[in-house]
Design a binder for this molecule. Structure first.
Ligand code: SF4
Ligand code: SF4
Length: 435
């Protein structure tokens, strides 16, 4: 794609990066076929190619973002399906990140949109605040019909019971009985530890049983993805710096960390991107790249370690839902499936497995109608398989798909690591009691 930036514009490293990305696009349109929003609506402006044109125009003009740009970028899920399809390796992920920052910096959103974004940025990354908000949401459930759609979407995402903080999420070192095979730092995250603490608990149990020393570093917290995807660049960078510092300090105190382990693929995609996010910051670029290079999804670490201690308990019929951040963001397509198979599960995958379930960070709150359409499509494809259990590696997908299932006979949605922990000698997830 031909671009028309001035020399002065290209002196800005971000504009220069935008230019490099745009020039790779040959406007072939292959990406439109696998873009969930284009598949749903058929509007070119809600396709990757359409959004790329809008961003090109905005960056070349160098003026503030328009309502049109904001609308079509807001409707993008950042699912990165387009990147998997693109034959020219266009780096849409970083382009849309910079596009969102441009919108956040220069576009004056309507007050209610600004207000909701502010609330989400101040609540979701902080487990104790989020826990209180969920209690409020739970109390608001009887009045949900009176609420606007975005508030209703928030209320609907609140679980029916809210567990207290888990012991496993406080800063600590979980030792092994023998010399550890690996020393890993586990990101305990933010929303996940409130919505489903059993995921971190299963992760630590399984890693320990397989011979890993697990560090929950003091000061590590939200990966920054939530604010980063809202275009809040400064806040995203601050979250990254906090985590980098926490893991560096842990390494100084406890010894070399072999891997930063992440069990939410959305967070993994972001932490693996810290090096790029902080590339223009001399004080942080190298430190961020070091962390990104040693960041692994839990299924990558388990593949390296190999499963052991498998029990002969009867496995339920299982479907694997690959989160977009897992298959498109981190390009991890085989590891989770192969692990589940090695653990004795008969694994099937739904039709249209490349399409997003509509969760996408805060998308199901900000764009509830489109998110629900995608969720219902995903749920139908899963239910067509006639399975008892759905495994996935991202808390956002887990919550979204479980909310769409409905009915007592519906498949149970669990994290991959909860299932692996169970069949390797851990406790049976309580949701499986009916099988
Ligand atoms: S597939 Fe790639 S090169 Fe083709 S239009 Fe989409 S982004 Fe551009
Ligand atoms: S990231 Fe997903 S929703 Fe956004 S343009 Fe690409 S395929 Fe479409």
């Amino acid at each position: 794609m031909q671009t028309n930036f001035s020399i002065a514009q290209l002196a800005d490293p971000n504009v220069s990066a935008v230019n490099d990305i745009l020039r790779k696009c040959v406007h072939c349109g292959f990406c439109t076929a696998t873009c969930p929003t284009y598949v749903l609506k058929g509007d070119e402006l809600d396709s990757p190619r359409g959004r790329i044109y809008l961003m090109k125009q905005a960056f070349e003009d160098g003026t503030g973002a328009t309502a049109k740009l904001a609308k079509h970028l807001d409707r993008c899920l950042s699912c990165l399906s387009c990147m998997t399809t693109c034959p020219a390796s266009v780096d849409y992920m970083h382009l849309v990140d910079m596009g969102r920052t441009h919108v956040a910096d220069t576009y004056d959103r309507p007050w209610h949109d600004k207000g909701l974004r502010w609330v989400l940025a101040k609540v979701l990354p902080y487990p104790s605040v989020f826990r209180l908000a969920l209690i409020g949401a739970w109390m608001g459930k009887p009045f949900r019909k009176l609420m606007p759609s975005r508030l209703r979407a928030m209320i609907d995402l609140a679980p029916s019971s809210i567990a207290g903080p888990s012991d496993v999420d406080r800063p600590q070192v979980v030792k092994t009985d023998a010399e550890p095979r690996m020393r890993v730092a586990m990101l305990s995250g933010c929303a996940q530890q409130v919505l489903r603490p059993s995921i971190n608990e299963a992760t630590v149990r399984l890693l320990k049983r397989l011979g890993c020393e697990v560090i929950i570093a003091d000061g590590a917290g939200c990966c920054g993805a939530l604010v980063h995807h809202m275009g809040l660049e400064h806040e995203g960078h601050e979250a990254a710096k906090k985590n980098i510092t926490a893991w560096e300090n842990a390494e100084t105190k406890y010894g070399k960390i072999d891997a930063v382990v992440i069990n939410a693929s959305g967070c993994g995609t972001t932490v693996k991107d810290y090096g790029w996010m902080l590339r223009n910051d001399d004080a942080w670029a190298e430190r961020a790249a070091n962390v990104s290079n040693k960041t692994k999804d839990i299924t990558e670490v388990l593949t390296t370690l190999g499963l052991s201690g498998l029990t002969d308990t009867l496995r339920p019929k299982l479907a694997y839902h690959s989160a977009c951040s897992m298959q498109h963001g981190q390009k991890l397509k085989t590891e989770p499936v192969e692990l589940l198979k090695a653990a004795g599960f008969d694994v099937s995958q739904p039709a249209e497995s490349h399409l997003c379930c509509g969760s996408a960070g805060t998308y199901n709150i900000m764009q509830p109608e489109w998110a629900s359409e995608l969720r219902d499509r995903k749920v139908k494809n899963i239910r067509d398989l006639g399975v008892n259990v759905v495994a996935t590696g991202n808390i956002g997908c887990l919550t979204q798909i479980a909310n769409g299932m409905g009915g007592d006979d519906a498949p149970v949605v669990l994290h991959t690591v909860e299932l692996l922990d169970w069949v390797c000698g851990g406790p049976k997830p309580k949701e499986l009691d009916r099988y």
